[in-house]
Design a protein around this ligand. Structure first.
Ligand SMILES: Cc1cc2nc3c(=O)[nH]c(=O)nc-3n(C[C@H](O)[C@H](O)[C@H](O)COP(=O)(O)O)c2cc1C
Length: 149
């Protein structure tokens, strides 16, 4: 079973609810899971040799929430290249904004640039469609958990 670090970017708590749902569903599959609400680089470095799941909403005009932006900057400015990293991505957003799920897309682009491997496709949750994002994510999370070794 895999070790999974879930790194959360949230303003109002929706992404945290999705992360906690993921923690529960992945743990039920036998994985060892930890949620980081104020993710630090030291925690991320540990999971580079395991699995990372990024769960982030978008704020402003396609921007990262304040609780995950510092980690993003450190990954970009300090880490540089991380080809051993395997990650999944759940992006929350609102399709009435021009940069739909912009924060999730920024994260995905950064990790791809850094040589990391995304496990499965990203999930985008649109708050104009899904009022309960944790329920919208459940099927994706279970399928993602089965891809982990
Ligand atoms: C001030 C503000 C700005 C937002 N900007 C965007 C945006 O640029 N792109 C987007 O897709 N969603 C945007 N959203 C929508 C949120 O990402 C969405 O409602 C999400 O579910 C919030 O999750 P959270 O509670 O984890 O922060 C914005 C919401 C607010 C309140």
């Amino acid at each position: 079973m895999a070790e999974v670090g879930i790194f959360v970017g949230t303003v109002y708590g929706n992404a945290l609810m999705v992360a906690e749902e993921a923690e529960m569903l992945l743990a039920r599959q036998g994985h060892h899971v930890k949620v980081f609400e104020e993710g630090e680089l030291s925690s991320w470095q540990y999971y580079r040799n395991h699995y990372v799941l990024v769960v982030t909403s978008t704020t402003g005009q396609g921007d990262l929430p304040d609780n995950i932006a510092p980690l993003f900057c450190e990954l970009r400015d300090v880490v540089g290249f991380q080809p051993e990293l395997k990650y999944g991505l759940i992006a929350l957003g609102d399709s009435s904004y021009e940069k739909f799920c912009g924060a999730g897309k920024q994260f995905d682009a950064l990790l791809q640039e850094q040589g990391a491997t995304r496990v499965g496709k990203s999930l985008e949750i649109d708050s104009t469609v899904d009022m309960e994002p944790e329920k919208a994510a459940a099927g994706w999370i279970e399928a993602w958990g089965h891809l982990l070794k």
